[in-house]
Design a protein around this ligand. Structure first.
Ligand SMILES: Cc1cc2nc3c(=O)[nH]c(=O)nc-3n(C[C@H](O)[C@H](O)[C@H](O)COP(=O)(O)OP(=O)(O)OC[C@H]3O[C@@H](n4cnc5c(N)ncnc54)[C@H](O)[C@@H]3O)c2cc1C
Length: 482
């Protein structure tokens, strides 16, 4: 009996008993997880001489990846009456949405803020399941040397200067050309004396508003992209209990196979064969939602190979990098009153590169901080030291002498099934690259995921909408095929 078969049996058993399997959310609507009468259910290994050689399971559609894009695609396909199965490498659903338990509370270690919440489909879904949404203070608070916050007016001045300099740099670009944000802005940074308040403000703005929100180093980010209208983290809200509240609800009634690492996608005249760590799966169509970092690393082999133009587009979309640590303490010894903070003043005991800090104590009921570390920090700290250094530096910034009781840490830049945080356009990249990535491959593989969306850069809503778009494409394809 194959491992896939074993897991499937377990899954169906769990549906019947209401238990949980392998960390995936257990479908409650058993009717959607039972074999579809119109298609053949899982089959055992077949005749090695025939076209079905080695195929362990068959579905109408396979959705690769149980992140928000994949779950959205699968629920749309299910609602349209197709039998879709979600294949996921991890032992949990959610992808870059990961809510971890700290004592009695759950907090986000991946995505955490729903941007533009009043207009967000993700926020609307959460309201629909009566999740508790709380507004985030999207303007970052700065602490100066004496840990006093710097005024909003001062920060607004820095932002205005940064935006003006960016606009000037863009105007000076030759028509149709691009350069890195670092190159474009170099003259402006050089125009300031290194230790002036102006220079410190500008560098802070660069780190917090550019490298953290876009997750990409200034020397890899497109100058043109920096001027895009999308303002990450504007009008943001967070979910009490974590964003996994949403992905768990979305997975209800879906068939999800966790711990299935996909290694190859092979297109044939009659469908797609997917080589996974638990055997070969077959479907008429595939929705592929793996992150851009995974595509760029070539961890999944395509047969035939992806076209050169699509590979070029993939190379111009940067996967971004970010690490997150959540730390719970016995006592709330820090004086930070507002939700967000970052130190900028040069101090001998505080590293130059400081995190975006959030005090989550009012959410969790216990003293809790979250620190998000951006690309400059990741390049300056050795991989093996990042978790410990994150804890130490967070303590230094806020003068905390206790060790945290718990301190889960996730470095998304090296997570094998993310290899990045949220995508942004690299030098020379355009929205056309996202569009190229999103185009169907061999009329059988339909790409989704945040990197394929042209709406909002790398956001939850971008991923959600992409899943819906890919499901629509599959449905149109199925109708055309009769
Ligand atoms: C630290 C961090 C903070 C963020 N903050 C925000 C935020 O505040 N607001 C916001 O809007 N966005 C934020 N984002 C971006 C947001 O998380 C993503 O846009 C969104 O979650 C992407 O969803 P997705 O379904 O496209 O991809 P994913 O969630 O990555 O789903 C892809 C799935 O594919 C699976 N997979 C990969 N390789 C394989 C394989 N070989 N075989 C099988 N399965 C595989 C993965 O395990 C994963 O589950 C943040 C991201 C990070 C990392």
């Amino acid at each position: 009996m194959s491992a896939a078969w074993t897991r499937r049996s377990l899954l169906l058993h769990a549906v019947a008993t209401g238990a949980s399997v392998l960390g995936c959310h257990v479908p409650r609507r058993a009717s959607h997880t039972a074999p579809h009468p119109a298609t053949s259910p899982d089959v055992g290994p077949t005749d090695a001489r025939g076209p079905d050689a080695g195929v362990t399971s068959r579905y109408e559609v396979i959705v690769l990846g149980a992140g928000i894009a994949g779950l959205r695609a699968a629920e749309c396909l299910r609602d349209a009456g197709l039998r879709a199965c979600v294949i996921e490498a991890r032992d949990r659903i959610g992808g870059r949405i990961e809510s971890v338990r700290l004592g009695d509370a759950r907090v986000d270690l991946g995505a955490s803020h729903i941007e533009n919440a009043p207009y967000s489909a993700v926020a609307a879904r959460l309201r629909g399941i009566r999740a508790n949404l709380l507004p985030s203070d999207s303007s970052l608070l700065l602490l100066n040397e004496s840990r006093r916050s710097l005024s909003r007016a001062r920060r607004a001045v820095w932002k205005q200067r940064f935006d003006d300099a960016c606009a000037r740099a863009l105007r000076s670009l030759a028509e149709g050309h691009d350069c890195s944000a670092a190159e474009g802005m170099a003259a402006w940074f050089q125009s300031m004396s290194a230790h002036s308040a102006e220079a410190r403000g500008a560098h802070w703005h660069q780190r917090m508003h550019v490298e953290l929100t876009r997750s990409v180093l200034m020397d890899r980010l497109s100058l043109r992209a920096l001027r895009s209208d999308h303002e990450p983290y504007a009008m943001a809200m967070q979910v009490q209990g974590g964003l996994a509240t949403l992905t768990e609800s979305m997975a209800t009634g879906l068939e999800v196979l966790t711990q299935h690492v996909v290694r190859a996608i092979m297109c044939a005249h009659d469908g797609v064969r997917i080589e996974s760590s638990h055997g070969i799966l077959q479907a008429k169509a595939l929705v592929c939602t793996v992150p851009i970092g995974v595509l760029r690393a070539g961890h999944i082999r395509f047969e035939p190979a992806l076209e050169p133009s699509r590979m070029e587009a993939i190379s111009r979309i940067e996967p971004g990098a970010r690490a997150v640590q959540v730390a719970s303490y016995a006592e709330r010894s820090w004086r930070m009153r507002e939700q967000f903070a970052s130190a900028i003043e040069p101090r001998p005991d505080v590293p130059d590169v400081t995190p975006w800090l959030e005090d989550l104590s009012h959410w969790t009921g216990t003293p809790t901080l979250r620190a998000q570390w951006h690309s400059s920090w990741l390049t300056s700290v050795a991989l093996a030291e990042r978790s410990e250094e994150a804890t130490r530096a967070m303590g230094q910034v806020l003068s905390i002498s206790d060790r945290p009781r718990e301190r889960p840490f996730r470095d998304w830049s090296v997570d094998p099934f993310a290899l990045g945080a949220r995508s942004a356009l690299g030098v020379g990249g355009t929205l056309g690259d996202r569009e190229r990535l999103a185009q169907p491959f061999e009329n059988k593989v339909f790409f989704a995921g945040e990197a394929t969306s042209m709406s909002a850069e790398g956001s939850l809503d971008a991923a959600y909408a992409s899943g819906q778009r890919a499901a629509d494409e599959v449905l149109a394809h199925v109708r055309r095929a009769g």
